[in-house]
Design a protein around this ligand. Sequence first.
Ligand SMILES: Nc1ncnc2c1ncn2[C@@H]1O[C@H](COP(=O)(O)OP(=O)(O)OP(=O)(O)O)[C@@H](O)[C@H]1O
Length: 262
Amino acid sequence: MNAPSSVVSAKDLSLVFQTSDGPVHALSNVDLEVGKGDFVSFIGPSGCGKTTFLRVIADLEKHTSGDITVNAMTPENARKDRSYGYVFQAAALYPWRTIEKNIALPLEIMGYGREEQQRRIEETLKLVNLTGFGKKFPWQLSGGMQQRASIARALAFDADLLLMDEPFGALDEIVRDHLNEQLLKLWAATNKTICFVTHSIPEAVYLSTKIVVMSPRPGRVTDIIHSTLPKERPLDIRETPEFLEIAHRVREGLKAGHSYDE
Ligand SMILES: Nc1ncnc2c1ncn2[C@@H]1O[C@H](COP(=O)(O)OP(=O)(O)OP(=O)(O)O)[C@@H](O)[C@H]1O
């Protein structure tokens, strides 16, 4: 049975890609509960199935066996119900549309009226600190601002669940720190559930209430760490013994996954 507050519930979930080189076990027997309001990070080396798991939640990929529900529905019904917003690795904004037109796109497709579109555009621009930038084109904004605009687009139809696939991977560390801080504030202010893929141990520990450590071939979950850090997290929390202890456990989990392959 799913916990009543379960947003994503995966039970014995596996996904095998059939390729010309034989089967690829992208996900193997994954059991995971993502509760309402959780911030869950997925961390692990390249190829361990992080993106694939997000894509299964988003109904962009079909699992081979096991079960998964999203908001207590099949992923297909959850997608039709607009249960989630998706933020990709690159900002993926349309260069010929202004920022507000980019944010409006999913709203246009969903048939929102002009006034409601404008209200949501202004609200989400404010949430990501981009008020006043709606009329700019993506190329007029820095990389960090573009990524914030793509977060605004994912927030625009106000889904409870946000799927974020390494959204800050291409940005320099200072910008990334700043966006991590802003994302935590946004998460606290909106009460969203967030599934977040990253390669960075400090980023995972700083952001998450739950850290899912994965390892490849076959892609599987090797550890799930419940963070003991408070919800309010200034950046210098990263120097505290509690933070370093969690980071250490993540690192150990990643190392254990690696040795399995040898
Ligand atoms: N459409 C596909 N067809 C065949 N194999 C695939 C497909 N998509 C992913 N894979 C394989 O499935 C495995 C998991 O891939 P996935 O992209 O989920 O990993 P990841 O952990 O997100 O990696 P990265 O950190 O590099 O983004 C990899 O071995 C990958 O090559």
